[in-house]
Design a protein around this ligand. Sequence first.
Ligand SMILES: Nc1nc2c(ncn2[C@@H]2O[C@H](COP(=O)(O)OP(=O)(O)OP(=O)(O)O)[C@@H](O)[C@H]2O)c(=O)[nH]1
Length: 370
Amino acid sequence: MNCPRHTDLVATLEHSRSGLRDSHRRSLMRVLFAVTGSALLPFAFLQMINGFWWVGASELAASTTLFYGMVRLRTTPHLQQWIYLYLVTLFSFFLVIMLLPEASVAAFVWVLMMPVLSYLLLGKHEGMILSVPFMLLGGVIYFIHLGNVGSASRMIDLLNLVLCGALMQWFIHLYEVKREEAEQRLVDMAQTDALTGLANRSSFQSTLGRTIAECERSGTGFALVVMDIDHFKLVNDTLGHDAGDHVLKHIAVSLNERLRGTDFVGRLGGEEFGLILRDVKPADAFELMDELRQRIASRTMSYGEADVRVTASFGIAQWPDHGREMETLFSIADRCLYSGKRSGRNRVAGADMANHAPARQGDLLAGSSR
Ligand SMILES: Nc1nc2c(ncn2[C@@H]2O[C@H](COP(=O)(O)OP(=O)(O)OP(=O)(O)O)[C@@H](O)[C@H]2O)c(=O)[nH]1
């Protein structure tokens, strides 16, 4: 069996805390550092002209730090810490600017940037946890700044910012929730076989890779089984493609019914399925698969007027006895499967075991059409 390189979508999703992948967050952070660092320079200059030396000097120091950070961000493994450091400092800076007695009302527009940056860089949960307290603080400072809110014009000013800030926070949160749901749906679709609802080949290979890594650490073993429905083409040719689909769905249900919660099953393609049996000895894996083989062979599936019966062949490879690598295990399980097919089908075959012959053969498509 050919094992192409694949992307582990679940791992990718876990790594992307926000809608942006880490590489994009890194690039965005570098742009933000460059923009903020450059923007601070004229502000520092103007603050000094205005006589606010300490503000001007702090802005100059911050600008230098940001340019240094821009270089560090290219390679740092601590991206998340840099993001937090940047956002907390920036938001605190906004609050300090607003607290200045001479602060212009226009300075308060920066409160609206808080949810945008937080959600973009930190995602839904952390973005909300960071932005809400800072926005509330900004609102309180604005309230104090306005002084007497008894007059209608002050009240309008207050309501403008409060309403706009609350709506901004709500809309961004809503957008992020919907975006996450859509992303999850796409990931599910990319990992699932649409016909049977089982894991697809790529997802199965990801799980097999993770199982190997976990078993390397824990020292427990597992069995990889490749199962193929016998003479499946005959079902399609005799009863039609829809009947074939019906059989595939039925087999998927049978496999799921019998396996334990720790086992894993996927459709590798066509009429071929893969099973990972965790923490199982070779003899037990063989016995379990033979029970499954008998269960499939004895089951009659109704499709319209027809009763369909199929058999399946199984090839088993044991980790680590038959190999530690995914490719080796697949090729051994495949070899066993095809030796079982050659010996007459409806068999379970393992690398160290003799093929297990069925009690009764030739059950294919019994009474396929009445
Ligand atoms: N209905 C249906 N048929 C499929 C699907 N995917 C693959 N097939 C069919 O599965 C059949 C596989 O045929 P073969 O590879 O010759 O295998 P087989 O007839 O099972 O023979 P052996 O494996 O040698 O026992 C082909 O007719 C494919 O068209 C599917 O999603 N639905």
